[in-house]
Structures are given as C-alpha cells and as structure tokens.
Design a protein around this ligand. Structure first.
Ligand code: IMP
Ligand code: MG
Length: 184
C-alpha cells in the first residue's frame, strides 16, 4: 500500500479548525449528550474508520455509562465523491433492539452514507436512534438528513485530520484541515 498512496505531505494541509477548538467543541458536545442521556446507558455506535478519534475523545468526556460498538462501511474507496452505494464491511456485535443508540460519524456530506446507515439500523428496532457528527458540509447535501448533535459546519472543502482521511492519509492530524483535491 505504501508505494501507491499519495505522498503524506502535511504541507498540503491548511488548518481549518485547531486542535484546541476541536477539543473545546467535543467537551461541549459531551456535556450536552451526558445531560440528554442522564439516567440511561446508550450504545454508542462508531462508523469506521472516520469516527474513531472523535469517538475516543467524546466518550471519555461523557458522564453517563455507555456501551461502544463499531460498524465498518465502505463508501468512497479512494475517490472523493460518494457513490451512494454503501457496503457493510463489518457489522455490529451488539443487538440494537430496545436500546438507546447514538451513531457517531466524522462527516455528513451528500448524506447518502448516513441515510443508508440510519435506515438500516432503524430496522433493528432500537428504543431511540440519534446521530452525532463532527462535521457537516450542507453545501453538498443530496438527501434530507439532520444530525441531532453537530460539532462544526464546514465549507465545501475536502477536509482531513482528526479521523478524516484522503485516500487513508492524514487521519492522525490532531486538527481539522483541508486540502485542494484536483478535479473535485
Ligand atoms: P456522504 O455519503 O457523501 O455523506 O459521505 C460520507 C462519508 O464520506 C463520510 O463519512 C466521510 O468518511 C467521507 N467524506 C465526505 N466528505 C469528506 C471530506 O471532506 N473528507 C474526508 N472524508 C469525507
Ligand atoms: Mg467515513
């Protein structure tokens, strides 16, 4: 893989949201979620791979007990446009029936991926099903979907860092940045 991935040239990345701003917003979201779920034990479902850093920071700030599970989907491949075709690569281990489920994802873009995921999870009869996304790019929305908890609204740029990737690169950046993608 290392030989045919784009150069991990971090000088291509411009900072959009600093690590401090991200941390502050994640704390605020955790407070809001903790208040809303007081007295309950939600099942937090992270969508891999984009959500893992956000989820890891978020759950450590929650004051309610949680269960955590992950769902791996493939949407873009190495391209930067959503195909609308979502494949479940690794399913959840936990049953959802009767549980308070909170889905955590990195980016809401066209909305196709999350609409598919939310409809699919709804079929498993959770008691409640909510959505928490770190970033929303409303400029590119193709279907009606709104997060219950949102970190940041971002401009129509290709964002990377804090879990979000470009062809698997840049996920580990501690801030949210953007890159110019040719042909986008
Ligand atoms: P959607 O189906 O177009 O809403 O795409 C959602 C998924 O595409 C997100 O979960 C991201 O993983 C990925 N994605 C969308 N926009 C970006 C971006 O700007 N940077 C990195 N990944 C993105
Ligand atoms: Mg993703």
């Amino acid at each position: 893989m290392a030989n045919n991935t784009p150069a991990l040239d971090q000088t291509r990345v411009r900072v959009l949201i600093s690590a401090d701003e991200v941390a502050k917003r994640v704390r605020e979201l955790a407070e809001q979620i903790s208040a809303d779920y007081a007295g309950r034990t939600p099942l937090v479902v992270g969508i891999l791979k984009g959500s893992w850093i956000f989820l890891a920071d978020l759950v450590r700030q929650l004051t309610v007990p949680v269960y955590i599970d992950f769902l791996t989907v493939s949407s873009y491949g190495a391209s930067t446009k959503s195909s609308g075709i979502v494949k479940i690569v690794m399913d959840l281990k936990c049953p959802l029936e009767g549980r308070d489920v909170l889905v955590v994802e990195d980016i809401l873009d066209s909305g196709l991926t999350l609409r598919y995921i939310m409809r699919h999870l709804e079929l498993r009869k959770p008691k409640s099903l909510k959505l928490c996304v770190l970033m929303d790019k409303p400029a590119r929305r193709q279907v009606e979907i709104k997060p219950d908890y949102l970190g940041f609204t971002v401009p129509d740029k290709f964002v990377v860092g804090y879990g979000a990737d470009f062809a698997e690169a840049f996920r580990n950046l501690p801030y949210i940045g953007y890159i110019e993608v040719p042909g986008k």
